[in-house]
Design a protein around this ligand. Structure first.
Ligand code: NAD
Ligand code: IPM
Ligand code: MN
Length: 350
């Protein structure tokens, strides 16, 4: 291999349901982009997920996690299966990766694509920066008096100043590179403790980064996303609000099938993990009709994070070439298969 060809080690964690279908084709796209633009990916197969769990009882062995730490990035399909109790893989695999690799930003762009007849505004184009290691996801809480009439279940939202600050700082820096406007979304009128911390930190960080700060309650943010999405450019929000808002944003731009995300370690002290926003979609798994765009766009975000920005842009342009030509899967109103969409995107890649 010539010296000027950059090579990256990327773990391929295909996971469950449609995860293997959509990440296999995302790999093809990345490999072709590499041939055209002079980089190679050393894909490392990582066979975790429901099958592995049901066969071995293992969710995420420590030695596998240690191996993942040594990669440049992780491309994940989806985890979760009707055969496995809820939470085993979602918490034990996906959230453990987010937490243990300290992937504290979940970057979820939302953008209308040409040819996609979607419910949101034609010019919808914003990014949600979702805090990814704290809040109600942190796992604080429990059940006492189980099985009695007084059974009590608690889930506590953890918000640390350091955790909020690093997430808001990432979002403010991103806003500075885009329109200069950051919007905090929270529920400060009810969640007054966490809300106060988020607000004070956002004000400090926005002033420090020289961006303007707007604020919207999360319920109103749902309304405006539908009725006036132009008011948003970079949204920063807590973990659960971000989860919910980004499914809404997905619906407005054509659905979960084309929404992408990056679980980022912005400091690049370890790998970041890229995955479509959708889950394992057991209802359509194995039929060859899953929309691969979310996974392919996630792979493009990965290239951007690996400082292959021009290559990332060419993958996104190729996606838009296929959607503009209406080569799309049934979730977007088309009749194309996963393979046909992939071939159309491959054909537009240059
Ligand atoms: P889901 O995203 O799997 O599916 C929701 C709906 O969207 C389904 O009708 C599905 O067919 C459709 N859909 C999703 N992706 C699509 C695609 N690429 N192309 C076409 N249609 C698509 O969400 P769910 O049904 O709530 O969850 C199923 C399982 O996935 C659960 O076990 C859940 O915990 C898990 N899950 C995992 C992740 C992840 O790994 N990141 C994310 C969400 C849900
Ligand atoms: C997502 C998913 C996950 C989340 C689940 C599967 C743990 O819904 O990536 O949006 O809630 O973050
Ligand atoms: Mn979600």
């Amino acid at each position: 291999m010539p010296d000027n060809v950059r090579s990256y080690a990327v773990a391929h964690l295909a996971g469950d349901g449609i995860g293997p279908e959509v990440t296999a084709v995302a790999r093809d796209l990345v490999d072709l982009a590499g041939k055209q633009h002079g980089f190679t990916i050393d894909w490392r197969h990582c066979p975790l997920g429901s099958e592995h769990y049901l066969r071995t009882g293992e969710v995420l062995p420590d030695e596998v996690l240690d191996g993942l730490r040594k990669t440049d990035a992780i491309l994940l399909g989806a985890v979760g299966s009707p055969q496995v109790p809820p939470g085993v893989l979602e918490r034990g695999l996906l959230l453990r990766l987010r937490f243990d690799l300290d992937l504290y930003v979940n970057l979820r762009p939302a953008k209308q694509r040409p040819g996609v007849d979607a419910a949101g505004a034609d010019d919808l184009d914003f990014v949600v920066v979702r805090e990814n290691t704290e809040g109600l996801y942190a796992g604080a809480g429990g059940i006492v008096h189980r099985g009695t009439a007084f059974e009590t279940a608690t889930e506590e939202s953890l918000n640390t100043r350091a955790g909020v600050e690093r997430c808001v700082r990432y979002a403010a820096k991103l806003a500075a590179k885009r329109s200069g406007k950051l919007t905090l979304v929270h529920k400060t009128n009810v969640l007054t403790n966490a809300g106060s911390l988020w607000m004070r930190v956002a004000e400090e960080v926005a002033a420090d980064q020289g961006v303007s700060l707007d604020y919207t309650h999360v319920d109103a943010a749902c309304l405006y996303m539908v009725s006036d999405s132009g008011r948003f450019d970079v949204i920063v929000t807590d973990n659960l609000f971000g989860d919910i808002l980004t499914d809404l944003a997905a619906a407005l731009t054509g659905g979960l099938g084309l929404s992408a995300s990056g679980n980022l370690n912005p400091d690049k002290t370890g790998p970041s993990m890229f995955e479509p926003v959708h889950g394992s979609a057991p209802d359509i798994a194995g039929q060859g009709i899953a929309n691969p765009i979310g996974a392919i766009w996630s792979a493009a975000l990965m290239l951007g994070h690996l400082e292959l920005s021009a290559q990332a842009d060419s993958v996104v342009r190729a996606i838009e070439g296929a959607t503009a030509a209406r080569v799309v899967t049934p979730d977007l109103g088309g009749t194309a298969t996963t393979r046909q969409v992939t071939d159309a995107i491959l054909g537009h890649l240059s």
